[in-house]
Design a protein around this ligand. Structure first.
Ligand SMILES: OB(O)c1ccc2cc[nH]c2c1
Length: 259
């Protein structure tokens, strides 16, 4: 998977050279490039923002600078560097263009699963009050698959942390990324059941007078699976009832029956 990230703080993504993400790059599973948006400016101050039209606090990121950058990275600028005209065709080689945005739909495990199968992702990190809203609209009109995602009900200072979160959720699902592929099978939010995962315990069986659930020591895999499934349903109902509401009866029945 090829990943391009555009930010005014590209050094933010040096962290992606560490740990599993770094190993995946050295294995050739990932090719990650962080670009500095200011490289597409032409003024002495390398300006990327301006005051909001209609007034208001803060600054908004300029569409012209983003467009020069994205046209180039999307392969839309012709040889003369002139922006291509809007087309309705989506190039099969075109990446998915993703903008973190606190005012957008929530990024979910389902999105991570879908995007883990994509060949090329291009992330655009906003800063200040965000980017000019015409930018995603313009690239949708070019036939590009443009997504805007929030990573939760809180506001960060920019898109960089959100991109790191989404990238981890996406890349860990790629075949060959995790040392043990089984470790991504039974997880919270995964699969049809989409329930929170059961509690986890390790040795010793009794720690500071607190014992692990007896059934987990029984050696009866059927009972253990049933115990864990019941706990997943109970925990999800208590902590995230909204996830239960999303389940259709078939999936709930399947989650309940699974032994
Ligand atoms: O909270 B967020 O996910 C987020 C995303 C992008 C920008 C741009 C400026 N503030 C932001 C916050």
């Amino acid at each position: 998977m090829k990943i391009d990230i555009v930010s005014v703080f590209p050094e933010y993504f040096e962290v992606l050279n560490l740990s599993l993400m770094g190993k995946a790059q050295s294995k050739g599973l990932l090719e990650i490039t962080a670009h500095n948006l200011r490289d597409w400016t032409h003024d002495v101050h390398h300006s990327v923002d301006d005051t909001p039209v209609g007034g208001g606090a803060g600054m908004v990121m300029k569409p012209e600078v983003w467009a020069e950058c994205l046209d180039e990275l999307l392969g839309l600028a012709d040889a003369a560097g002139t922006a291509a005209q809007p087309t309705s065709e989506t190039s099969s080689a075109a990446p998915v263009l993703i903008f973190p945005n606190p005012s957008a739909p929530l990024f979910t495990q389902r999105d991570a699963t879908e995007l883990s199968r994509t060949e090329h992702l291009l992330f655009g990190c906003g800063r200040y009050e965000g980017y000019d809203s015409r930018i995603p609209d313009y690239y949708r009109a070019q036939g590009i698959d443009v997504r805007e995602y929030s990573i939760g009900d809180y506001v960060l200072n920019g898109g960089e942390v959100a991109v790191s979160v989404m990238l981890e959720a996406i890349t860990r699902l790629m075949p060959g990324f995790m040392g043990n592929p089984d470790s991504i099978v039974e997880e919270s939010y995964t699969g049809e059941g989409a329930l929170l995962e059961h509690r986890q315990y390790t040795k010793p069986a009794v720690w500071r007078g607190i014992s692990v659930p007896e059934v987990l020591l029984s050696g009866d895999h059927g009972k253990v699976d049933r115990f864990r499934r019941d706990e997943e349903l109970a925990r999800t109902n208590e902590i995230r009832p909204d996830l239960i509401a999303r389940l259709d009866c078939k999936a709930l029945d399947k989650a309940d029956r699974k032994t």
